[in-house]
Design a protein around this ligand. Structure first.
Ligand SMILES: C[S@@+](CC[C@H](N)C(=O)[O-])C[C@H]1O[C@@H](n2cnc3c(N)ncnc32)[C@H](O)[C@@H]1O
Length: 258
């Protein structure tokens, strides 16, 4: 399991992009004071935090199947309704929320159609259902360049796990099609671009060694010499940064009405 890692390590890996992405996704979903919101696959709570700031923590619910993440969510958001569970079987009543969001989650679902139907079920009539997924093949720079480097040092091993080819919903229109297929109305899609700063290359590399996400999982599966070669190649693909640098990341999103 790639998401049974410490919340702190996830935050260093992917969570650092999550605040800015969450703010923009909440805006696209039309989140406004007075609403009740659900964060599906909340992880370490990047979007939960944004929703809590906009709506008040007591008006926010968050759900995630990972035990360490659900536990950490409960500690970080004591006034929110935090539950452990999967999108495919949401532990909430029909029509409970004005807005239901899944940030960087639907590509990990075992049954995305069922997960989407569940998100729609727990939204009220006219409520908003929204999701965002990285542009894995393009401008999610951290992961695209990682898999480029991985393919160069271990072509066979990397091909089986390469998120650029394995991840669903990595193309612009795919979430829109999923949303429309679930019967959501007035579906709007587009891109959200964010960026994050790194102190140096090791600031980027450390979470890969902790096995976070599919890329970290691949990294820790390698023999030490191959792992060292991957580090060097990744550094080279990124332009051999010395000292601080920034990486941009683009996500595709869709918002629809129940
Ligand atoms: C890349 S993380 C995104 C976390 C958070 N939403 C964020 O923006 O940082 C993917 C999350 O999806 C969760 N997840 C995996 N399978 C899931 C499922 N079937 N239903 C709901 N969440 C799931 C994982 O536990 C993990 O927290």
């Amino acid at each position: 399991m790639t998401f049974t890692v410490a919340a702190e390590m996830y935050d260093r890996f992917m969570g650092r992009y999550g605040d800015a992405l969450g703010r923009q996704l909440a805006e696209r979903a039309g989140v406004r004071p007075g609403m009740k919101a659900l964060d599906v696959g909340a992880g370490t709570g990047k979007l939960t935090k944004v929703l809590s700031e906009l709506l008040g923590e007591e008006n926010v619910s968050a759900v995630d199947p990972s035990e360490p993440f659900a536990e950490s969510l409960g500690e970080r958001f004591p006034a929110a309704d935090v539950r452990r569970g999967a999108a495919e079987e949401l532990p909430f009543e029909d029509g409970s929320f004005d807005v239901v969001c899944a940030q960087l989650v639907i590509n990990f679902l075992t049954d995305p159609e069922r997960g989407t139907a569940e998100m729609a079920r727990v939204a009220r009539e006219e409520g908003a259902v929204a999701a965002a997924v990285w542009d894995y093949r393009g401008e999610m720079t951290m992961l695209r360049t990682f898999w480029e480097a991985a393919g160069a040092i271990d072509e066979g091993g990397a091909a089986a796990r390469d998120e650029r080819t394995r991840m669903l919903f990595g193309e612009r229109e795919e979430i829109v099609e999923l949303w429309e297929g679930a019967g959501l109305r007035d579906v709007e899609g587009g891109e959200i671009v964010v960026a994050t700063a790194y102190e140096d290359f090791d600031d980027l590399w450390a979470p890969f060694l902790a096995g976070v996400g599919p890329a970290g999982d691949f990294t820790v599966s390698l023999e030490p010499d191959v792992q060292a070669a991957l580090r060097d190649e990744y550094h080279r693909v990124l332009g051999s940064p010395e000292g601080p640098f920034e990486l941009s990341a683009r996500a595709w999103y869709a918002v629809g009405k129940k």
